[in-house]
Design a protein around this ligand. Sequence first.
Ligand SMILES: Nc1ncnc2c1ncn2[C@@H]1O[C@H](COP(=O)(O)OP(=O)(O)OP(=O)(O)O)[C@@H](O)[C@H]1O
Ligand SMILES: [Mg+2]
Length: 262
Amino acid sequence: MEPNIQLKDISLVYMTRNGERVDAITNLSADIYPGEFVSIVGPSGCGKSTLIQLIDGLLKPTTGTVTVNNRRVTGPSPDRAVVFQDFALMPWRDVNRNVLLGPELRGKTGAFRQKALDTLRMVGLRGFERKFPYQLSGGMKQRAAIARALTNEPEILLMDEPFAAVDAQMREIMQEELIRIWQATGKTVLFITHSIDEAIYMSTRVLLMSARPGRIIEELKIDLPYPRTLEVKNSPRYFEYRSHVWDHLKNEVHKVYDTQAS
Ligand SMILES: Nc1ncnc2c1ncn2[C@@H]1O[C@H](COP(=O)(O)OP(=O)(O)OP(=O)(O)O)[C@@H](O)[C@H]1O
Ligand SMILES: [Mg+2]
């Protein structure tokens, strides 16, 4: 099978306003295949959000190439959608108009009206079309953001710590919902999280990133059945994955904190 997303030896250097050079990503390569649910875990500041922006096409790699379905990424396109940590809903638009933002920008609101209603039903927000973001709970805002991403009918869903701002119980519900949506739609999901548990619980594969400049230090296939019930979560195998990930990540996390402390 051909990879859906191909990252070939990419690096990204930021130049700050005062001329400082920040090596965010160095020599990072990865292949992501159609229908995979891949999580990326790595210490703070290692370049995870940068990576999402590179795949979305908002940033261009300094060296190396990003390809989606064998085509070089040159900018954002409806075949990829991003869900951000802070939802990024527009406060002056109601749910329906937030969800239809992508089609509207492409002048295709009419053609996507039904799709918007279908995705709102899928995320459990039917009946909330006329509500504004301030009238929604954190979990509902996150669902609206996911519905907006799905309404564009992307092949690839890029999620940058999407559940970081919702409370712990809502997070568990959202995790289950996202797995359900992923299984129902067959999309390729790239999911950034700080939580080792969340990564193992959700994914078919987990990629671990080093401290900045970020590169992939380990890939781990998660061979656990779906649905990942409480039983799965309490299985010896699950704990093996957990300690394996933490073993590999520990040093990288220390690098970040030790630099800050010194
Ligand atoms: N526009 C920018 N200009 C300069 N440096 C930047 C810029 N954006 C990000 N950086 C730096 O690049 C590095 C990677 O940032 P990035 O946001 O990708 O990390 P991250 O892994 O998403 O971090 P976190 O886990 O905290 O979200 C960090 O050191 C960050 O300070
Ligand atoms: Mg980030």
